[in-house]
Structure formats: C-alpha cells, structure tokens
Design a protein around this ligand. Structure first.
Ligand SMILES: Nc1ncnc2c1ncn2[C@@H]1O[C@H](COP(=O)(O)OP(=O)(O)OP(=O)(O)O)[C@@H](O)[C@H]1O
Ligand SMILES: Nc1ncnc2c1ncn2[C@@H]1O[C@H](COP(=O)(O)OP(=O)(O)OP(=O)(O)O)[C@@H](O)[C@H]1O
Ligand SMILES: [Mg+2]
Ligand SMILES: [Mg+2]
Lengths: 226, 226
C-alpha cells in the first residue's frame, strides 16, 4: 500500500548541508505494524514526513496506492493526506487556541465531514482523555497532549498511520494500552502503521523493526512468529 | 537545600476544578539525585513547577536555602531562579527565532553575565550538539532540541536542577550518557537534581524515587546502597 525507493533528503546547502536521508527503500503492506528505531538525529522524523507527503525528498519516489506522491500537485496531496493519512507528530502540533475536542475533530471539519459522536466517544475513552475534552493544550499534562494528538490521528480510521514516538510522554501502563490499540487496529481494520520509537518495549508490539542510522536503513528485524 | 510542606495546587474553580496536587511534603539535600515517577496526569510537572517557583501553590510553602519562595516578590523570585535554578521543560520551550547556541546562552545573557567559552564548549560536547549550534529549533531533531534544552539548564551549574523527562526523546545510549552526566554533577559539584521520568531505566541513576499518584507522594524508594 506504501513504498519508497531511493529516498534522499538534504537540508540546507553548501557548507552547512545536512544529509538527513541517504538512500532509503522500503515497502509497507496492509495490516502491517512497522517500528522504526535509531539514534537521535538519524533521520527517523524526516523519513516519516517524506512517507506521509509532509515533506518532499531531494530525490527518490514515494508511491501510495499506486500513485507517486512526489509528482502530485499540492491540492492532490492535501486531499490524499486528508483522506488516507493520520499523523502523530513528535511535538504533537496541537492548536493552542482550540480545546482538546476541537483539536481532535479538526481534520474531519477541514474535510467537511460530519463527526460520528459514537466514534469520537470510543476514541477518547480508549485513550483516557474523556474528562479533559474542554481543556486547551496548555491545561493538559504532557501525556494528555500526546494522547489528544493520537486521537486526532486515529479518529477517521485512515489507511496509513504515521506515529512519531507516540508513547514518549506516557507512563508504562498508559503507553502499553495505546500500543495494544494500535496493534488491534492493524489486525482488525487492516490499517498500516509506521511508528518511530526509542523504546524497545514499544517495538515489541510491531511486526518488524527497521533500524535507521546516518540516514540509511541498516537492518530489518522480525520476530520469529510474524 | 530545598523543602516543601503541604503543597496543594488546584487549577480552575467550581465544577471544572482540577486538584493537581493534594498535599505534598518533601526534602531535597545537596548532592542528592531524586527521580519522580507516576502515571500521566498525576501532577509531576505541576510539582516541579511549584518547587522551582515557576508556579505558585494554592496552599503550602516552598523553602529554598532558608527562604520561603511563596512569599517572595516577583523580582526576588526572578533573581533567585536566575542564580540558583536550571529547568528542563517537558516540551523544551526553546525560542524558535534563536539558534541553539543563542538559546543555550540566553539565561546567562539575561543575568548580564559573560559566557565562559570553555564551559559552553564542554557542555555542548558533553551533550553531542556541537555541530548544530547555528541551527534554529525547527532545524533540529526532537532529541537534539531536548539536548539543547538540557545544555541551557546546566550551563551555569545551578544549585538546583529540575528536569521534566530529560531523556523522553532520546535513544538509549544518548539518554544513558546524559543521565551519567547528571549523576556526576551531583557527586562532584554537589548539585541537587529532581528529575521526572517515565523510564524505569532512567530512575536507576537516581539515589531515590518518589512515586506520585493523584497529586500525592505514595511511596519513596531507595536503592539499598544509597
Ligand atoms: N492550566 C491547567 N488547567 C486545568 N488543569 C490543568 C492545568 N494544567 C494541568 N492540569 C491538569 O492537572 C493534572 C496534572 O498535570 P501535570 O502536568 O502535573 O501531570 P504530569 O504528571 O506531569 O503528567 P504527564 O506524565 O502526562 O506529563 C492533569 O490532570 C492536567 O489535566
Ligand atoms: N530544517 C532542517 N535544516 C537543517 N537540518 C535539519 C533540519 N531538520 C532536521 N535536520 C537535521 O537532520 C537530521 C535528522 O533529523 P530527524 O529529525 O529526522 O532525526 P530523528 O531521527 O527524528 O531524531 P530524534 O530521535 O532526535 O527525534 C538531524 O541531524 C537534524 O539536525
Ligand atoms: Mg525525531
Ligand atoms: Mg508532565
């Protein structure tokens, strides 16, 4: 459902150029849960942003459901992301002036679709933020903000979910519950999940782990039974 | 060097009041490294902000070097924080328009003190951000931003260091190196460190762990040899 070939990404130019990705090729199947791990600064966030069409690679192609997104117009890309992609950002990117509930519903409103109140209720209860819906981000703890960002990404059940360290601000039991829900969404809804994590425990919920270092995939690890 | 007695903190009022802290009493000694753990939303960030004088408690007192900070004027509190306290925020709070280096030097500049170039160089190399000093926060990875925030807090070797999940965005080896440096600063410089963490591995670097739940300290754990 998603593949990338020969992705490179260079930031800046000349003496201060940073080669964030140096040739990455990968395929992601329906229902597959992939973890991406690697040292700080190895290119994981850049990788996710290029795969999700939030940033363009310097070279290489990204194909989603048969279409090369690197050649799409801005308009087509925006529509595709709105309909097919959920993204949990490493620093959450919540709108400070909106409440938690408004933040969660925002992508749906932008798509001019009606929220399904039953679905909203399920998602917020699943993430344990049901009694913080009228708080703004500044009135939430770090872990509550993170869970609101996850709810926003999962609400519409998008085909592709990109999660950049979704349990980084959560205690072990809240984080494990979230990872369980992600894995279930893969199994039962056929969603494709790509999750960056620094936490080896979180990686155990995935079907495979891609190890990134210096902008390249060094190794792919798979548990024996998957 | 630091103690708090009967700290409560209520946000909001009436039907939407949130009791973030419900009576916390604790003492912190020179050279002591304390970890604070607990579920998401249990009051850890609120606790740190009250201890550091960044927020005022609803009731109770906080005494730093014999002075009750809850009765200080804003001016005295600002001076005390500037001279005695380093704070690493859960969401870093870097200034987006300044470079990494400018962010790290900012507290010193505000105190109208001259940076010691040797000290700056030591701190940035210790945290591995020496070749990102002219990047602005948006041009840094999540873990690099976190390390810049830590450098800013440690530069002046303050007596009291409050760190809100300082390794949340770091891979295991970068995080372990940082924790090692924090522990060394306690042992050799006599700094007092209070670190919120969700990571049990990070807690092993501390002398003791305070477990917070529902705004109270439930338990104190100490390793046998400390
Ligand atoms: N300005 C505010 N107004 C209302 N409630 C608030 C405000 N700030 C925090 N809270 C609430 O106070 C409680 C404690 O928040 P705090 O940020 O201290 O938790 P925490 O233990 O640091 O959590 P985490 O591990 O998720 O960072 C949370 O339930 C939060 O929703
Ligand atoms: N806009 C930019 N301009 C210049 N360099 C950048 C920019 N954005 C990122 N970088 C650099 O690209 C490299 C990869 O960054 P990226 O955010 O992908 O790392 P990461 O693996 O997600 O790290 P972390 O685990 O710390 O979040 C880093 O060395 C970073 O400094
Ligand atoms: Mg990142
Ligand atoms: Mg917190």
């Amino acid at each position: 459902v998603l593949e990338c070939t020969g992705i490179t990404k260079v930031y800046g130019s000349g003496a201060v150029a940073v080669q964030a990705l140096a040739g990455v090729t990968a395929r992601f199947l329906p229902g597959e849960f992939t973890a991406v791990m690697g040292p700080s600064g190895s290119g994981k966030t850049t990788f996710l942003q290029v795969l999700a069409g939030l940033d363009s690679p310097t070279s290489g192609s990204v194909v989603i459901r048969g279409r090369d997104i690197t050649t799409m117009s801005d308009r087509e890309l925006t529509d595709l992301r709105r309909d097919r992609v959920g993204f949990v950002f490493q620093s959450f990117n919540l709108i400070p002036t909106l409440t938690a509930e408004q933040n969660i519903l925002l992508p749906l409103r932008l798509a001019r679709r009606e929220p399904d109140p039953g679905r909203l209720d399920d998602v917020v209860r699943m993430l344990g933020v049901q009694d913080r819906l009228d708080h703004r981000p500044a009135q939430l703890s770090g872990g509550q903000q993170q869970r609101v960002a996850v709810a926003r990404a999962l609400l519409t059940r998008p085909d592709l979910v990109f999660a950049d360290e979704p349990t980084g601000s959560l205690d072990l039991s809240t984080g494990s519950a979230l990872l369980d829900q992600l894995r279930t969404a893969c199994r039962t809804l056929g969603q494709t999940i790509v999750m960056v994590t620094h936490d080896p425990h979180a990686a155990t919920y995935a079907d495979r782990v891609l190890l990134l270092a210096d902008g390249r995939i060094r190794q792919e690890l798979r548990a024996p039974d998957r």
